[in-house]
Ligand binder design. Sequence first.
Ligand SMILES: [Mn+2]
Length: 317
Amino acid sequence: MPAPSLVIHYHRDFDGMVAAAVLAHALTERRGETPNWKSVNYDQREHWDSFSAGQRFAVVDFHFHPRAEYWFDHHPTTFLSDQLRARYEPSERWNWDPTSPSCPPLILAHATQHWGYQPSERFLEMARWSDVIDAARYRDVDEAVFGDAPALRIARALTASPSLDWTDWLVGELLEHTLEQVAALEDVERAYQRAARNRDKALVQFPPTVRSREDRVLAYDASSNSIRRERFVPFFHHPDILYAVGVIPTRAGFHVSVGENPWRPSPIQVHIGELMERHGGGGHKAVGGANPPNLDAARSLATAIAQELRLALRQKP
Ligand SMILES: [Mn+2]
């Protein structure tokens, strides 16, 4: 009797979907599997121990799970505890590479090396775009905001996805077709148009949220729920700034978001994640944040962080 079919659980974003499609293809071709797939999200971390108990599954672009038959990730924060970290060891079915800009390239390399898989050009193309999108390696701010390459249209369409299981359908399409063919599908085009209208609204709504702009540090307050978000909008309107510090709403309260301009290297070395850690938050070198207890606290933290960055820039000889 053949083994029951395996379910690939993947992070619900562009590189997660591509990772699922790539793994499904490699497992089918080289490991005799007939996998299905289903997205996983951060809410499911709460019962991570009992996740998919009694079932055969794989996890890609998401937290390490010791019962996963196949597991691939690139997130530095993948291990939910030290005990879980201790159970990981690279193997023929598991690989973690926190230096990889996105997940699909490490699956392709692993499948090539361990399973004799030969990736086709369309999966290599998807992997290249996964790196651009997941690590924000866009050529310039115009590509980040208005880029309309097929991969970028699909990624933007995800922000206006019509249902929670929409990405499961998309993985199936990515498994069979090129990026260009998938971007041209009617449902993808329709979601993309919706997402592009949201982006255009965000571009118009941003300027009045700006509170100060000094020493190439921009502070803004987009705490109102009626303001659409667009990640790189501060750098689109103000391409010369080095840092943007903003207050934005979350489901439960408010978030202070701090980011460096990816296209304008700063003359000072500030690790934003560590800076935000000192204020109760966290993050990476180039982007970080914190969740103060209320709106007033969020506003004063944003002001304080902007001041700290300005001071550091002024002290630069
Ligand atoms: Mn991801």
